[in-house]
Design a protein around this ligand. Structure first.
Ligand code: ATP
Length: 362
């Protein structure tokens, strides 16, 4: 008997629908051939295109669909020239983070040997770490409500015990899982600026309190500036990094850069009861409608969704398929054929996605 899992699908704007379509095709195939699970997809209309058509950017019904789903798959959203009257961009993904309490932004950075990277990796070294960016407070706390006068501007950084404790619990649990499955050495690094700001000393003290519960894991600290340097000089030494919202925002783009660009960077925003999986990149309006967008970040995000569902629902069939899907993308990128233009190839979206399906079948 197959177990059903409901997935809310946000098709997105710009290249969003172009990369979502082949991703859903892959998920359908996996689900059809699985003896143990069935994925049931429900569309959740939202975004800049929807706003332009209907005057509504995130209908209440779509939030309900997301809230009731087992997982949420979201493609790139927003368009630079479709904005609210106050000039801000339409981003239902940020509304989802707030509404569903998705405090942990998970950004895996993985470069296997043979895969493209701007670094010259020493022989035998691979990059495989996860950056966790707190996603609901930090320096984004006053986003959109900062005070600006003629003479000064003011934004507030907020670090709360409630969110930080959840964040660090999540980080250590992730490191445990990575160690158990042979992907990480069991190291968690708190990235902060505790030498300068009291708020970060507070952040660090809560990290240390959580670390004390995990003698089986290695816990250490690094300043954010040094972390940026080490991500370039010795990224293979990291396992799990956990940090504040703005620091994480910046470091996650550096991480994407290590992987050769945004086209290969997946992400997840995870809370206690809900999780959204989406590519790190935006809706790329400059290439939309031409069938040339790279679908890999979207497909890798779908793989993360399967792995997360497998772990949280204690369903090894889902975890295995998530891992297989990630490895299929890695095989295609290492092989170097059927890559899209952003990765130096000439393939279109559909051909790149088809080669992932072939690698899955092989
Ligand atoms: P946002 O602020 O919404 O994240 P952004 O300004 O960072 O968006 P993107 O939409 O991510 O911009 O695009 C940045 C550049 O990367 C563009 O030139 C775009 O064409 C390219 N790009 C982004 N995603 C992809 C993709 N999946 N395939 C190919 N090129 C991409």
């Amino acid at each position: 008997m197959k177990k059903n899992y409901d997935v809310a699908v946000f098709h997105g704007d710009g290249i969003g629908p172009e990369i979502m379509a082949p991703t859903l095709e892959i998920l359908h195939q996996l689900s059809r051939s699985s003896p143990s699970y069935e994925l049931v997809f429900t569309d959740a209309p939202a975004g800049a295109g929807h706003y332009a058509k209907t005057g509504e950017s995130f209908p209440a019904g779509s939030l309900e669909t997301a809230r009731n789903a087992d997982a949420i798959l979201l493609s790139a959203m927003g368009l630079p020239d479709v904005r609210y009257p106050d000039g801000t961009e339409i981003s239902p993904q940020i509304d989802l983070r707030k509404q569903l309490g998705l405090f942990a932004g998970v950004r895996p950075v993985k470069v296997s040997s043979g895969q493209m990277t701007p670094l010259a990796l020493p022989t035998g070294k691979e990059i495989d770490f996860v950056l966790i960016r707190e996603s609901t407070e930090g320096l984004f706390f006053t986003q959109g409500t900062g005070e600006v006068t003629e003479h000064e501007a003011r934004e507030t950084l907020l670090i709360t015990r409630e969110v930080s404790e959840k964040l660090f619990r999540f980080a250590f649990k992730l490191a445990q899982n990575r160690k158990r499955t042979g992907r990480g050495r069991g190291r968690v690094t708190c990235v902060d600026k505790a030498n300068v700001f009291r708020a970060f000393a507070f952040f660090r003290s809560m990290f240390d309190a959580e670390a004390a519960h995990h003698p089986e894991l290695q816990a250490d600290h690094a300043y954010v500036d040094a972390t940026a340097l080490w991500m370039v000089q010795k990224p293979w030494e990291f396992d799990v990094l956990v940090t504040e919202n703005m620091f994480g925002d910046i470091l996650s783009d550096l991480g994407a850069g290590l992987m050769g660009g945004l086209g290969l960077a997946p992400s997840a925003d995870i809370g206690l009861n809900h999780a959204v999986f989406q590519p790190c990149h935006g809706s790329a309006p400059d290439i939309a409608g031409r069938g040339i967008a790279n679908p890999f970040a979207m497909i890798l995000s779908a793989a993360m969704m399967l792995e997360w569902l497998g772990l949280t629902r204690d369903h090894p069939g889902l975890s295995n398929d998530g891992e297989r899907l990630r490895e299929a993308v890695e095989k295609v990128t290492a092989n170097g054929q059927n890559l899209t233009r952003d990765l130096g190839g000439t393939a279109g979206t559909q051909d790149a996605a088809s080669s992932v399906l072939e690698a899955l079948r092989a």
